[in-house]
Ligand binder design. Structure first.
Ligand SMILES: Cc1ncc(COP(=O)(O)O)c(C=O)c1O
Length: 380
């Protein structure tokens, strides 16, 4: 049985070309970048080169890139680091109800510690407006954190408008770009972004890698203490093979962005056409106009998401519900709840399909046929 992986928003395979670049840095070039001898200097050169290339990719400078262990750490450092560094300027934070848990749970922790958080509602397409941010802004707001593209439904937020709005306000603007990075062009200065989170394993890079862009004007409290790495903002010996891999993954995703966008867009059409042709009732969750190209969230009225996922897995098709699975059961998605309310059937009858490296039109068509067959079987 051919297995078809359509869950790239959860994680993506390491690109062979990335692996090739990483291998020499596990044993041959093993020096500690902080060491002053030639072994250390060699490693330092690779880390510096990666930093420079990544900075150039987003319109930043080298000192504005902080390597992290991934998106979760980048989000934590952005939010917690800002809150701790700026608590004397205010204790109010604005975010949305559809953020990743790396953002939401960090905000919840800050609420326990005496900060006040406004969680903005979204519309039925999963979008917030810059106007909602404007209305929620206060003199004591120190941070606005709104994700670039949503991991469950793919909705893209009005980042440029929010950045513009915050230009004259003391609040920093953080965006979790873990899903959008590599597919949407990002220029931090043009979009007035102060902090931006990226994860390596969503872009065919290594797991456990990522970075936080923090503008040079941003004051951050570190969360890890120890050595003086990352300009004292993130202690710990650098993951040199990981950083080299991250750099290569970012380079490739930038070179292949347009091609991928076009391909994934056509995959969305294949899925929709196949389902329509098979006479299956479905609706798309998310914003059709402002959408990540690789994420497609579908609602099948009357179908249990657990049964659908299990049957698709048995047919070799890996998709997800887009929300957390705990002890084998699927918890209702907080994103769909924010979009449709907690009574909506969509919470228990929607799946996320996400495309990526290695997927072909044939695979997508085969997978969509399996979806159609299983949905028909389950609704008979
Ligand atoms: C939007 C978003 N933010 C943050 C994360 C966390 O990233 P990581 O797995 O690198 O910690 C994810 C991963 O699913 C994500 O989709």
């Amino acid at each position: 049985m051919e297995r078809i992986y359509l869950d790239h928003a959860a994680t993506s395979p390491l690109d062979e070309r990335v692996l090739e670049k990483m291998i020499p840095h596990f044993s041959g070039n093993f020096g500690n970048p902080s060491s002053i001898h030639s072994f250390g200097r060699e490693s330092r050169k690779w880390v510096d080169e990666a930093r420079a290339q990544i900075a150039a990719e987003i319109g930043a400078t080298e000192q504005e890139i902080i390597f992290t262990s991934g998106g979760t750490e980048a989000d934590n450092l952005a939010i917690m680091g800002t809150a701790l560094a700026r608590k004397d300027l205010g204790r109010h934070i604005i975010t949305t109800k559809i953020e990743h848990h790396a953002v939401l749970h960090t905000c919840e922790k800050l609420e326990e510690d005496g900060f006040e958080v406004t969680y903005l509602d979204v519309d039925q397409n999963g979008r917030v407006s810059a106007n909602q941010v404007k209305e929620a802004l206060r003199d004591d707001t120190i941070l606005v954190t709104v994700m670039y593209g949503n991991n469950e439904v793919g909705t893209v937020q009005p980042i440029d408008e929010i950045g513009e709005l915050l230009k004259e306000h003391q609040a920093y603007f953080h965006t979790d770009a873990v899903q959008a990075f590599g597919l949407l062009p990002i220029h931090v200065k043009n979009s007035h972004i102060d902090l931006l989170s990226v994860s390596g394993h969503k872009l065919n890079g290594p797991k456990g890698t990522g970075f936080l862009y923090a503008s040079k004007d941003v004051k951050l409290s570190p969360l890890l203490f120890g050595g003086e790495q990352e300009r004292k903002r993130r202690a710990g010996t650098e993951n040199v093979p990981g950083i080299v891999g991250l750099k290569e993954a970012i380079k490739l995703s930038s070179e292949e962005r347009d091609e991928k966008n076009e391909k994934y867009q056509s995959f969305k059409t294949i899925v929709a056409d196949t389902l329509e042709h098979a006479g299956v009732a479905f609706e798309i969750n998310g914003d059709k106009e402002h959408s990540l190209p690789h994420v497609l969230n579908l609602y099948f009225p009357g179908v249990s998401v657990e049964a659908l996922l299990v049957n698709l897995d048995m047919a070799g098709v890996a998709v997800s519900s887009g929300s957390a699975c705990t002890a084998g059961s699927v918890l209702p998605s907080h994103v769909l709840t924010a979009m449709f309310g907690d009574e909506s059937d969509r919470l228990t009858s929607s799946i996320r399909i996400s495309f990526g490296l290695g997927n072909t039109a044939e695979q997508v068509k085969t997978a969509a046929k399996h979806v159609a067959d299983v949905v028909k079987r389950l609704t008979q």
